[in-house]
Design a protein around this ligand. Sequence first.
Ligand code: FAD
Length: 443
Amino acid sequence: MTSTSQNLQSVQSSSATSTAIDSHEAQPNLSPIHHQIVIVGGGAAGITVAAQLLKHDRSLDVAIIEPSDKHYYQPGWTLVGGGVFPISKFVRDERDVIPDGATWIQARVAQLDPDHNTVVTQAGQAIAYEYLVLCPGIQLDWHLIQGLPEALGKAGVTSNYSKDYAPYTWETIQTFRGGNALFTQPATPIKCGGAPQKVMYMADDTFKSKSGVGVNTTVMFCTATASMFSVPEYSAALDTVVARRGITTKFKHNLKAIKADTQEAIFDVTTDSGVHEVSIHYDMIHVTPPMSPPDFVKHSPLAGAGGWIDVHPETLQHTRYPNVFALGDASSLPTSKTAAAVRKEAPIAVQNLLSRMRSQPFHAQYDGYTCCPLITGYHSTIMAEFAYGGKLAPSFPLDPTKERYSMYLAKAHVLPWLYWNRMLKGEGFEADVLKPLQKLVRH
Ligand code: FAD
């Protein structure tokens, strides 16, 4: 706690504490709060960074601004949609993941004012900082698909991208009676680039084996992209998967509307001769919505191209405000947006922030590592690990483009455990978990 902050009204803690300043009683123009380090967003990145900072130095005054009283392990939602686990397996109380020594401010940030080292909450509370770490995640723009918000969650329209509908995905797959099963991917950056198709492979397995509707079913992957995946080696592997399964691929198909009454999905299709509207009938449809940076980020001085928080790709420091760092889905880091990327970004942000506080040069550099465990069925996964420039970055001494049962087990059982028990606690797991696993995994 700094001398400045001691003079201001702040919530201090020796163990995790919280204050709800967005409650109905809250009024604008409250006395300003000050914290040495303010973290916006208590998701995967915010909690990991806070835990690592406090591990380095217990005396740091770290506040996390996070509105939700629940914390979700979102990578698990794919498994919920595939009927492997219930949604309850992937949720904890936020208060239980806030690290000891951090202050939780339960509020939603509405405005960023980096010229005055201040953020302002929706309730009008100003919170001043010396250092700011931004990780508010990505915004789901459901409303950009006409008819989708009203259609979601009934009559076969679903999405694993919401905790509210992931269970309905499984209900839909189980009760599907044949026809067209569509799985869409938008034109925008999304979190977990593989999630739009992972659920499709589990659905296809179910149609062909358990429910027996496979013969009467056309499974279609309708994506705004021009290939199955951003990295050519993994994309080629997925080409083989869809061909083997007999899945129809529709590239450059950008979903723009759902007509629930006639069960039509309307796409803008880009061809050499221009953009044409195409309607495809669906009997079930799994939608991945367009996504963008949160509005309060887009409209702030911290936004760069596309509205993402403009940080240096290697150091994670803001390009114009040196006391600001960002990581995770809301950042401009030119890599695939995943919790796995956050795992590698967090120590870089923490080390460079600490260097900045000590007026020392930066030593830590992020290489763009990210990982998308591409579930290709209930017993197989391609562990798609890569870094900047699409450079393959396998953790195991094996061909990473191959489907493996061991990688499915890692995705379904090992990674969630590591998330809750190591990553969110600020612990690395290279030495004592990854190394032994590398020895174990041979096929
Ligand atoms: P989040 O974890 O989303 O956290 C952002 C936090 O900011 C939230 O708690 C939110 O409440 C808070 N917030 C938002 N607005 C404000 C505000 N105004 N003020 C204060 N706080 C705010 N990743 C993988 O590594 N592997 C996978 O297999 C995988 N599969 C996925 C499947 C699905 C269906 C989904 C949805 C995601 C998947 N991901 C996967 C992606 C992964 O969950 C994200 O990349 C990761 O959570 C990003 O971390 P983050 O901290 O940037 O954002």
